[in-house]
Design a protein around this ligand. Structure first.
Ligand code: NDP
Length: 334
């Protein structure tokens, strides 16, 4: 059996990860930690978690816990991952991994040195739509991919309108929140890496201070492919989408950049558009937890590794720097 400890009494843990862990045989959530013991206890009782802690050290000392899931605000992921690795616990960490490349590199190295598995919770890789597009592109179904477009402008639900909008020191802002997911999904589907980014960001009424709530930009990949992205917390009615245009055909996916996307994928060739079979829809968090647990048991690797989290963070940091400087930025991966 695997006992999970939650560092962070968060919304995502409650709504996505508890059900995903409980869906795996022999996995249980043993404890939750919040900096406020009362909140930890209340969260634990509402979610049927047996134990509540108010310190990372106490949670890591629990011998029933072999996996920690870190879903605190982003400035805390680094020190918490280092502590968990030191305690010999496997780490599934939320995105963005942290706030700098140096810190992310240290996290990946600490887990590697400690011999524990590290994963980044980039859930969209687990969606049938994205897996199918990746396979079709690898099989040459659209020829050479030349361009991509990601539409990920959504409205931040009122219950989440806190640190993401007002706390740069906690890693707020749409770029660290959403552009990391676009990057990871593009890397996964295209099997390619970003070389440089140009972005414009803006504040459109939700965020305050040094925090952007919308961004548009272009990434250039190593192959020469160009990808447009539009991410926002402020757009209510756009829906989401993902497109890849190749020399022989185009892929159009709709409704695929959201928490748990079944979505639809279409292949367009000349004037014919046909729907693509993306398989039975499975909850993307369930797939992610299953792959992580299998990696812990020595089979395969997590859906997204620590290195994948480092890559998506590197691109997001370059996009943010580009928006601030008004110039194109080459992505720095180390
Ligand atoms: P929350 O805002 O729900 O929780 C983050 C922290 O805020 C908690 O650890 C808790 O710390 C504090 N907190 C939460 N609720 C309250 C409250 N009611 N009152 C006071 N403090 C509170 O975070 P999210 O779930 O939105 O995000 C957590 C992490 O997960 C982030 O890194 C985010 O980027 C990531 N995420 C990933 C998603 C994915 O699909 N992969 C989706 C959503 C988020 P404490 O109790 O110690 O004060």
């Amino acid at each position: 059996p695997h006992g999970w400890g939650f560092i962070g009494a968060s919304d995502i843990a409650r709504n996505a990860m508890i059900p995903a862990i409980r869906a795996q045989p022999h996995n249980f959530v043993k404890a939750v930690m919040s900096s406020n013991l009362e909140r930890a206890k209340q969260y634990a009782s509402e979610t049927d978690i047996p134990v509540a802690y108010d310190s990372v050290a106490a949670l890591l000392a629990d011998p029933d816990i072999d996996i920690v899931y870190i879903s605190t605000t982003n400035e805390l992921h680094h020190s918490q991952t280092l502590a968990a690795a030191k305690a010999g616990k496997h780490v599934l960490c939320e995105k963005p991994l942290t706030m700098s490349i140096e810190a992310a590199t240290e996290m990946v190295k600490a887990c590697r040195d400690a011999g524990v598995v590290m994963g980044t919770n980039h859930h969209l890789r687990n969606a049938g739509a994205h897996r199918t597009m990746r396979r079709m592109i690898a099989e040459g179904k659209i020829g050479q991919p030349l361009a991509a477009r990601v539409f990920h402008a959504v409205y931040l639900p009122p219950r989440l309108q806190g640190w993401r909008l007002h706390k740069p020191e906690a890693g707020g802002g749409v770029i660290l929140d959403i552009t990391v997911h676009d990057t990871d999904t593009l890397r996964f589907v295209l099997n390619d890496d970003v070389e440089s980014v140009t972005a414009f960001s803006s504040q459109q009424g939700l965020a305050s201070g040094a925090v952007e709530d919308t961004v548009m930009g272009v990434m250039r990949f190593r192959s020469g492919l160009l990808a447009q992205f539009h991410d926002a917390f402020t757009i209510k009615h756009a829906g989401t989408g993902f497109q890849v245009h190749g020399t022989e055909a185009s892929l159009f996916a709709a409704g695929v950049m959201k928490p748990n996307p079944p979505g639809k994928v279409f292949l367009q060739h000349e004037d014919k558009m046909e729907e693509v079979d993306t398989g039975e829809h499975e909850d993307v968090y369930v797939v992610g937890v299953r792959n992580f647990v299998q990696a812990v048991e020595g089979h395969g690797s997590p859906s997204a590794t620590g290195e994948d989290g480092l890559h998506s963070l590197a691109v997001a940091l370059a996009a943010r720097e580009s928006a601030r400087m008004g110039a194109s930025v080459r992505v720095r991966y180390q």
